[in-house]
Design a protein around this ligand. Structure first.
Ligand SMILES: [Zn+2]
Length: 137
């Protein structure tokens, strides 16, 4: 019994070491990947329900596309690029959730500027390049 348990422990240790070696320099997973996988999963569940061929095919392609995309990101060696994607995604989600403010990109330097909502037309000064632009909030 002990021999088998020890053998099994050794095997798991070896496997996890091999996985660690394989993942060295690779990106791994993040919030964006979780969302991509969830969308893929929902699409594959919906494809079971919707039997109408064009819809079914579209859902099928979407679900596989999402899964491959998530795998690609997990195994990617361009960790900085993946990190930036995730950061932008989280920023985007933050913008959607934020009901108190509106977000604009400076027309000159693309700096993101946050202003309070519901103030009508206001003149905004970019904090980075001092460019002035008028927006409705
Ligand atoms: Zn600017």
């Amino acid at each position: 019994m002990n021999g088998l348990g020890g053998w099994f422990r050794q095997l798991t240790a070896k496997l996890s070491a091999a996985l660690r070696t394989f993942m060295v320099g690779r990106y791994g997973t993040d919030r964006l990947n979780m969302v991509i996988l969830s969308v893929g999963l929902v699409a594959s569940l919906l494809s079971v329900i919707f039997k109408f061929a064009p819809v079914n095919l579209a859902l099928f392609i979407l679900s596989y596309g999402m899964m491959f995309w998530a795998i690609f990101r997990t195994l990617s060696r361009k960790t900085y690029k993946r990190y930036q994607e995730n950061r932008k995604f989280l920023q985007f989600m933050g913008r959607i959730k934020d009901r108190e403010h509106r977000y604009f990109d400076c027309p000159k330097c693309r700096q993101m500027v946050r202003v309070p909502r519901g103030k009508g037309k206001i003149s905004i000064t970019c904090p980075r390049c001092r460019e002035k632009f008028v927006k409705k909030t």
